[in-house]
Ligand binder design. Structure first.
Ligand code: NAI
Ligand code: MG
Length: 505
């Protein structure tokens, strides 16, 4: 790393970590990639190189899968009693907290998000999921089931189920919450007894690399249980998804790649879970606490610069409050301080990459040309080398516009009024999308809130709040937002197989 790249004072561990040539982690060892190729990781606030990572390829994936396979088949992980495995998983949570400052800084440098947000949300949510999953290691239980068997009259049986780990899992994660996505994937897989090959996003591999380095240095995980291969999607992600000795692939990212993953998984019919895109509605009724709804709807779209799969990107406000709501959100948008994530006064950092900058600014232009009215923001600027897009509010949008139909994944909200309080109609509008990840409903009328919650086709419905996450709450999508759920005990279904055992008494 060129020291001039960092304009900020960073934790000593961050400085020394960035100075290293990053390797792959396979079978408990740091190894070079067989391709000898590297790829650069940039600081999205400046566009300058931050670090250089190993560009893993199909040979490296093969080696990592072999290591994970060997660790699984030898019982090196499942052979440890569940309570001891739980303690190890809990310790990973403690390790994250003990390195909170450096992980928050790395996340901010790598992804662009404000360092205070990384410290307040990404890091503690990551340690929390390890602690939550630590408890589950001892609670993955089967059932005893009374059976009748009409064709063996008089026979008596004892039947029970056991839940066994699915085996070797490939985990492919995105760049919007790099550490947290790694934690959401690793923690339940370890609790279920699986072994892992993790492929972080090429834009943001640093916090996962550092997490695994911290775990390695602590010596708490047996070799081969957790492996990491950095690299590009096509070179390292695709061979992991198609690998014949991987039993399950867990993916978070674009719907487009999610569909490719399902095709790649077909070769050995590996299990697949997918957490994909969204176009989530925020619905504000006239009786809502309007100030709270305005703040909530603004945060729903502007949190993490709109780079959230559940971002409240379609805003429906009743016509009686529409102007007040859009004015309120626009005022918040105008006041948000956009700047480098490592600047402690920054409230919104740059987008993660030039690719995302081009994509999001392209949507802003398409919205303008389709007749949308920009009431806040609409500006973007990469003249400094950073990928800055200002929080943007569009009014006069409708369901036919590209920016209302497609996932923007940036700080851009499309507002539309509604006049009728017929819940069926509102739900139809809210559901008028190929996605089904999340929604929020803002009203004081509990009957309206619950009725609408039941009509919305999405994996999460928030009432008078948005973006509320907890390790114990399942999260995932209906429709093209994915398969399966992350977090909660639901996620354990992704990582276990059910075996029915029947004894003839
Ligand atoms: P992506 O889906 O291409 O990348 C996500 C992960 O998949 C990365 O680790 C990438 O290396 C890997 N990948 C890419 N191609 C692959 C392939 N053929 N086989 C296996 N793995 C592959 O997402 P990208 O291009 O970074 O972002 C594009 C759009 O996706 C965003 O604008 C946004 O709309 C959406 N997205 C959604 C996320 C979510 O949380 N659901 C997260 C990130 C992006
Ligand atoms: Mg992509």
């Amino acid at each position: 790393m060129d020291a001039s790249v960092l304009n900020y004072t960073v934790n000593d561990n961050v400085a020394s970590f960035l100075n290293k040539n990053q390797k792959l982690y396979i079978g408990g060892k740091w190894v070079d990639t067989s391709s000898s190729k590297t790829f650069d990781v940039e600081d999205p606030a400046t566009g300058k190189k931050l670090s250089s990572c190993a560009a893993g390829n199909s040979n490296d994936i093969d080696l990592a899968v072999k290591a994970a396979r060997e660790a699984f088949d030898s019982g090196r992980w499942t052979g440890i009693p569940a309570n001891e495995r739980g303690k190890i998983i809990w310790k990973i949570g403690d390790l994250i907290d003990n390195h909170a400052e450096e992980l928050a800084q790395l996340e901010s440098l790598d992804n662009g998000k404000p360092v205070a947000v990384a410290g307040a949300a990404d890091v503690p949510l990551s340690s929390d999921i390890f602690r939550y999953m630590a408890g589950w290691a001892t609670k993955i239980e089967g059932e005893t089931i009374p059976i009748s068997v009409p064709y063996t009259p008089g026979a008596q049986y004892h039947s029970y189920t056991v839940k066994e780990p699915v085996g070797v899992v490939g985990q492919i994660i995105p760049w919007n919450f790099p550490l947290l996505m790694a934690a959401w994937k690793i923690a339940p897989a370890l609790a279920a007894g699986c072994t892992i090959v993790l492929k972080p996003a090429e834009q943001t591999p640093l916090s996962a690399l550092r997490l695994i380095e911290i775990i390695h240095d602590s010596g708490i995980l047996p070799d081969g249980v957790l492996n990491l291969v950095t690299g590009l999607g096509e070179d390292a992600g695709a061979p992991l998804a198609s690998h014949p000795h991987v039993d399950k692939v867990a993916f978070t990212g674009s719907t487009e790649v999610g569909k490719l993953i399902t095709k790649a998984a077909a070769g050995n019919l590996k299990k697949v879970s997918l957490e994909l895109g969204g176009k989530s509605p925020t619905i504000i009724f006239p009786d809502a606490d309007i100030d709270a709804a305005i703040a909530g709807a603004a945060s729903a779209i502007f949190f993490n610069h709109g780079q959230c799969c559940c971002a409240g990107s379609r805003l429906f406000a009743h016509e009686k409050v529409f102007d007040k709501v859009t004015e309120g959100i626009s005022k918040i948008a105008d006041q948000i301080k956009v700047g480098p994530g490592m600047d402690t006064s920054t409230e919104m950092g740059p987008l993660v990459s030039d690719e995302q900058f081009q994509k999001v600014s392209g949507y802003i232009e398409s919205g303008k040309s389709e007749g949308g009215e920009v009431v806040a923001g609409g500006k973007y600027d990469n003249s400094s080398g950073g990928h800055f897009v200002h929080p943007t509010v569009f009014a006069k949008t409708n369901a036919d516009m590209t920016l209302v139909k497609e996932e923007i994944f940036g700080p851009v909200v499309c507002a539309q009024p509604f006049s009728d309080e017929n819940l069926e109609k509102i739900a139809n509008e809210a559901n008028n999308t190929t996605f089904g990840l999340a929604a929020s409903v803002w009203t004081k009328n509990i009957s309206v809130a619950h009725k609408l919650a039941s009509k919305i086709r999405a994996g999460t419905v928030w009432i008078n709040c948005h973006n509320i996450f907890d390790a114990s709450l399942p999260f995932g999508g209906f429709k093209e937002s994915g398969w399966g759920r992350e977090m909660g005990h639901e996620v354990l279904k992704n990582y276990t197989e059910v075996k029915a055992v029947t004894v003839n008494l």
